[in-house]
Design a protein around this ligand. Structure first.
Ligand SMILES: [Cu+2]
Length: 353
């Protein structure tokens, strides 16, 4: 039964007969052909749950000309305990060098996305994040305090350009820019000062124009799919507070398996590395707390990821996608002391029309 369902997704003609094609551009045969190009498999892949990458991967797919996709992601990241290199540090060890030790941090991100198929070779994407951060600390005197920040982050504009495409393999370039729309002037009360400028990791934006280059590959068979992405964040200038965050590089690879026409599971690996901060915010005292020291911000982390993708295949909600992904680190090397990441969960909704 499952196998029959998968085979059905393999052919456009059968898919049409089964009433599975719900995209708006399927209205006319000419539009269908324009979307499909030289073969009939692409639209069927787009309708598979694993036709999209695991939800934490952005810019993984393109759209046909005129097609629009709305998306919403919610990401929650939990960090607790300090580390230097690959060794855990106790709070006492951190307090031996600083007046304040961070204990834990959470970050919630609501990411709103819009994709538009400019033509069959290029899709444009806009992403707007809303970020909420909270960090708990203890002072050398034993006083606990929490700082918080929130607001809209840096807007990202990206173009995805087809480089190579067959019915089973797709490669495209991501070329994007991040705009400095997020605040770098977040303040909160600390025991040392009321309304103090918050350290680097508690700011919402980078304050700089950043280049976002990337390359994505996706491959498909009837019973599996797989993919990989390499992407970077390159800071182009110094922000208005006289620093620039470290550049970042990220490599992800994943495999997915459809379990039903509406459900697929994924497993993957996600490596990220980031550099130290250039320059310094003059309002921050690096002797006070590690998060205010521009030379203690670099590191790298490797996560193993587990995900679920679903797609509604029929009825009035057809085309709606819901997905969940959980990431847990297997290796973290931090130029610390820095808070270490415990886990990240990402939930997402997507709808193309
Ligand atoms: Cu999309």
């Amino acid at each position: 039964m499952r196998r029959a369902a998968l085979i059905r997704t393999g052919g456009l003609a059968l898919g049409l007969m089964a009433g599975l094609v719900t995209h708006a551009q399927a209205d006319t045969a000419a539009a269908v052909e324009a979307t499909l190009g030289h073969n009939g498999l692409n639209l069927a892949i787009n309708q598979r749950p694993d036709g999209h990458a695991p939800i934490s991967v952005m810019g993984d797919h393109r759209h046909g000309e005129g097609e629009v996709m709305l998306s919403y992601r919610f990401m929650h990241m939990k960090m607790e305990g300090n580390r230097d290199g690959t060794d855990d540090l106790s709070t006492q060890q951190v307090l031996a060098n600083f007046a304040v030790a961070p204990l834990r941090m959470t970050m919630d991100m609501h990411m709103f996305g819009l994709m538009y198929g400019v033509n069959d070779a290029m899709t444009a994407m806009v992403m707007l994040p809303y970020v909420e951060k909270s960090m708990d600390h203890v002072t050398g005197m034993g006083a606990f305090f929490t700082t918080e920040s929130k607001g809209f982050g840096d807007v990202r504009l990206t173009g995805m350009v087809r480089l190579y495409e067959t019915d089973r393999h797709r490669l495209h370039l991501n070329a994007g820019v991040s705009l400095p729309t997020g605040s770098i002037k977040e303040k909160d009360d600390t025991p040392a000062m009321a309304n103090a400028q918050l350290p680097y990791p508690m700011q919402i934006g980078s304050g700089t124009y950043d280049l976002l280059p990337g390359l994505i590959y996706n491959g498909y068979s009837e019973t599996y799919s797989w993919g990989a992405q390499v992407s970077g964040t390159i800071r182009l200038d110094e922000n208005s507070r006289d620093y620039s965050l470290g550049d970042r590089v990220r490599f992800s690879a994943w495999g997915q398996r459809p379990l039903a026409g509406w459900l697929s599971v994924s497993v993957g690996v996600d490596f990220q590395a980031w550099g130290d901060i250039d320059g310094a915010d003059a309002a921050l005292n690096p002797m006070m707390v590690q998060t205010a020291d521009p030379t203690r911000q670099s590191g790298n982390r490797t996560d193993i990821t587990f995900g679920l993708n679903t797609i509604v295949r029929e009825g009035t909600l057809a085309g709606n996608r819901l997905a969940l992904e959980f990431a847990v680190p297997v290796h973290q090397d931090l130029d610390g002391p820095q808070l270490e990441t415990d886990w990240t969960i990402t939930f997402g909704w997507q709808l193309a029309f």
